[in-house]
Design a protein around this ligand. Structure first.
Ligand code: UDP
Ligand code: MG
Length: 328
């Protein structure tokens, strides 16, 4: 048996909602899902209205009348897609959780394929919009984003930010999202040791309204990137980051100083008044600075924490209170 929670983050998507709901219900009640997951298969749909001002919540209210599976969480204001997903994750009670955008760009008929992959043992199955139906102003930055994320994270996915994804219950319980981190969920999941994969999915052009993520999101996106790549990764071990910077800086500073010294004593070239010497000294000082910053960071991060940031797959023969202590 499989129970599904479908999470739908939405912000000002009034026009799309009736048709979207229609197609989502059609896909979830299709014989294909029953065939894949048996007659006991059940689902809930959690619509998270991220502070819409166009009356989206009223439309959902109307759609709820003859659809008991539909639930609604309405934010007081627009907090962003990450927070909307986060609220949905907390409210979800299904064994498998699926996220899908409300603008009909994602195709609900892909849900079965994603969930089958989760049942194979993956924790995150991400959609790969192989043929993306968006204008160049979106596809080009997106390609760049995927390339850099792939390079820096070492995770071989093509499409990190597809709205259509399926999650295991364990992964949902361990995700701690904030800011704009929804784009990096596969990275965070993989770093925690979860099994991540992707499958190609259909993608449609936007029919109503317009995208909420335009070129103006480039800089915030870049900062999120730096934040996830560095802060999230090195938060627990600042010395791993600053130590590397310190070693690099110190090494080059040392080489330059050595070079100047050798030139002075072997070839009698005066050491003073040479810009390269200043660079060498600067790099050595920077090296010391990076080292002390790392040390400080290390001291701060070793203050008592409840959980070391780990994620446990299984425990055996441990009493519940100990497990609580480990996972709290
Ligand atoms: N969304 C949201 N909060 C926001 C921005 C977007 O919940 O602050 C929702 C939006 O309504 C849609 C999904 O996130 O259901 C993806 O947004 P959009 O279609 O604008 O992104 P794109 O497909 O253009 O990348
Ligand atoms: Mg969209």
């Amino acid at each position: 048996m499989t129970s599904l929670s479908i999470i739908v983050p939405l912000y000002n998507e009034r026009e799309s909602l009736p048709e979207f709901c229609e197609s989502l219900f059609a896909a979830l009640k299709s014989s294909e899902l029953k065939r894949c997951f048996g007659d006991e298969f059940s689902f809930e749909i959690i619509m998270v209205d991220d502070g819409s001002t166009d009356g989206s919540d009223k439309v959902i209210g109307e759609l709820m009348t003859d659809r008991p599976e539909l639930r609604l969480i309405s934010f007081r204001r627009n907090y962003g897609k990450t927070e909307a997903l986060s609220a949905g994750f907390r409210a979800a009670s299904g064994e498998v959780v699926v996220t899908i955008d409300a603008d009909m760009q994602d195709d609900p008929r892909e849900i079965a394929g994603l969930v089958l992959k989760i049942n194979e043992g993956f924790d995150l199955v991400s959609g790969w919009k192989r043929e993306r139906n968006d204008p160049m102003s979106k596809t080009v930055p997106s390609k760049l984003f995927n390339l850099t994320t792939r390079l820096f994270s070492g995770i071989p996915l093509h499409d990190f930010n597809c709205g259509l994804k399926a999650y295991s219950r364990e992964l949902v319980a361990s995700l701690d999202l904030h800011g704009e981190m929804h784009r990096y969920i596969p990275v965070l999941a993989k770093w925690k040791g979860f099994r991540v994969t992707e499958i190609p999915v259909m993608h449609h052009a936007r029919k109503f309204g317009k995208s909420k993520f335009g070129a103006s999101r480039f800089l915030p996106g870049l900062f999120d990137f730096l934040s996830v790549m560095f802060i999230t990764r090195y938060l627990k071990r600042p010395m791993h980051f600053f130590g590397m910077m310190s070693l690099g800086s110190f090494f080059f500073g040392f080489c330059i100083s050595l070079y100047v010294t050798i030139e002075k004593y072997l070839f009698d070239k005066p050491a003073g008044n040479r810009p390269i010497l200043f660079l060498g000294i600067l790099l050595i000082i920077l090296g010391v600075q990076f080292f002390s910053t790392g040390l400080l960071g290390e001291l701060l991060s070793t203050r008592p924490s409840r959980n070391g940031g780990w994620s446990i797959r299984k425990t055996a023969n441990l009493p519940d209170e100990i497990i609580d202590r480990l996972t709290d």
